[in-house]
Design a protein around this ligand. Sequence first.
Ligand code: BGC
Ligand code: NOJ
Length: 813
Amino acid sequence: MKYGYFDDAAREYVITTPKTPLPWINYLGNKEFFSLISNTCGGYSFYKDAKLLRLTRYRYNNVPYDNNGKYFYVKDRNRNTVWNPGWQPVKTELDSYECRHGLGYSRFTSLKDGIEAELLSFVPMEDNCEISSITLTNKGDTSAELSLFSYVEWCLWNADDDMKNFQRNLSTGEVEVSGEGSVIFHKTEYRERRNHYAILGVNSKVNGFDTSRDAFLGAYNGPDHPDAVVNGKCTGSMASGWSPIASQQIDLSLAPGKSRTFIFTLGYIENEENDKWEAPSVINKKKAFEMLSRYDSEDKVEKAFEELRAYWNELLGIYHVSSENEKVDRMVNIWNQYQCMVTFNMSRSASYYESGIGRGMGFRDSCQDLLGFVHLIPDRARQRIIDIASTQFPDGSAYHQYQPLTKKGNSDIGSGFNDDPLWLIAGTSAYVRETGDLSILSESVPFDNDMTTAQSLMNHLQRSFNFTATHKGPHGLPLIGRADWNDCLNLNCFSEHPGESFQTFGPSEGPVAESVFIAGMFVKYGEEYAQLAELLHDNAEAERARAEVKKVYDAVLEYGWDGDWFLRAYDAESKKVGSKECEEGQIYIEPQGFCTLAGIGVKEGLAEKALKSVEEKLDTKYGVMILQPAYTKYHLELGEVSSYPPGYKENGGIFCHNNPWVSIAETVLGHGDRAFDIYKKTCPAFIEDISEVHCTEPYVYSQMVAGRDAKFFGQGKNSWLTGTAAWTFVNVSQYILGVYPTHKGLSIDPCVPEDFGDFTLTRKFRGGVYRINVHTNGSQKGVKKLTVNGVVCEGNVIPFDAAVKEYDVVVEM
Ligand code: BGC
Ligand code: NOJ
């Protein structure tokens, strides 16, 4: 069952009922001001940091789903009805409803009793505000008497403290109002240590306003029944403590066929320390009025909206495919890349599953996300790499996350995850392969944000590499530390008491427990490190690196192979994890995918066997499960992985993030049919038809789909902020469609199903435009002939030549 459809020409997903199985959301904002917005107008806004600078309040663990939001109420005074363009919070049945989630904007069109509301929300490219332009049209044949009410509830900035510290916070709220209510200023804590305030303004005279939540809603009421709206009259309340809000009331008469548009601006304003006040206790509003004047007409809003569209046109022109499969095209050209950009902006901080007050920018996560957006925004990716590397410790290890506002690392969600250091090599290598910009390697970058310790980025990578090379266990395999990519494989944790976080409890490292997965990473990224050393003409270092890699490669073959698949790990007592000798959790997906894509066991025939085992033991109709059999008991020696009920999350869920590893691994072996089959199973556009099973948004990936052992097999969770976005894009763009950036130039080596048909691809790369025509000739893999601008090219790599700007490429497979 579907709840909408893709409009590819408009690059929108069109939701045709507000009653989706879960809130289906979108992200507004590209730089510093962001909003989450759902298909019922739920969501919230923040500036830079979802925890520390939250503008509007959201209610967690909400019932009904998805409140708070930024709401508009339409009151029809003749009929005495109240409704919302996004259906919530009043939930009056609408005569028609449509929500179009587009790239950085959402548009709602609803009709009730002949009155149409069209609401467009977006964040302009270069401003710290969200624009909501709402047009009311009388489509009926009698004159309409309407009142429009806006409503946002302010968050007292620190979203974490806002939910806890009531003894203080219920006394700090302060507001100002100007223009008889057309601009409402939220200035809590501005009198003391803050130099910022928030505004909600409208480009029109108003007939009333409220700034106190209790006055607007009435005691014991929710936003589904605001007294002010029901009574048709705001009260002019001035909040003092308690819960400040902003609501404006505009009364209007609309003759049949007539429309009126109102532009609301929700903004964040920062003043210089010495320019905070215009009079004692009166905030300096200059910048706020300047902001409002930038959007006070429909023309100005239209222009800002066009800039946003132009931005996305430009970005999505960088990698564009035209194939015989419209689902592949819409994911590759639109939604997968869009999701990659959202993970660039949010990392794992703010979604409907990440509260924005828990996790910040993950070290591992952000490095991997980079793989998916580096081609889109190389300059910002460069800065991101420097920011991440600046939080690294001198011994090469890393904080697991940093806060976007401060850019400083913290251990709030643990540290000592021994895969972290190697992801820095992965991200940097991807950046250099994409851009050819070697200068980043000599950038001076601090450790733990202490500038006095700064060394070159290449030195950071060397410490990453050496960290793994010098932290090995009894089998010569890398020590796992607190965990590796699988945060829940806590082999040194031994947590016995409820409430202890598996991510922070216990020692961060043990001397015995080893990870075969990190071994796979070391082989892959160790080689990429060696290539970077060569580019810097340090052949001795490249040679040393390759020798270290060889040792780990051999250790995997000797101690990391279980007969039919790769082992997962050795625990703190050196017992096997992910082995047929285990009672539960006999096979894990991660080493099968990653060791194979790193090339381990390919020539020895082990990789082929490992992937067969994956197909036999882990595959399902909804994707490949992370492990089997799922743990039915809590294993003290394994930690969080065995804490989830079977089939959920790391305990046997379909963890979408590592499905592409297996798909890539299949392409390494030349199995185009199988690689594509795996790709399709978790790909949102391919499972749109079962949205009632999948439940999460059909236009983006979720972190997890419940596995076969779970009651709700096939149900998605944790949509949007997942490394799945980057890895599936890497898989489909670089391995399946086969356009992979190398240091020397683009390599072309597609691996597709036999019946995939021909395809054409445009790829912008280091200032050149590549138009690539692929004739698959019913083959799954193998390029027989490659011509570039009419000249036959030896091998698969199109040599990069800065002087050539246009490349017409013809590929015969
Ligand atoms: C989740 C993991 C996540 C970790 C982050 C765990 O509870 O299962 O998926 O990576 O928390 O701290
Ligand atoms: C989600 C985390 O964000 C990611 O870093 C981790 O690798 C996976 N869960 C698997 O545990």
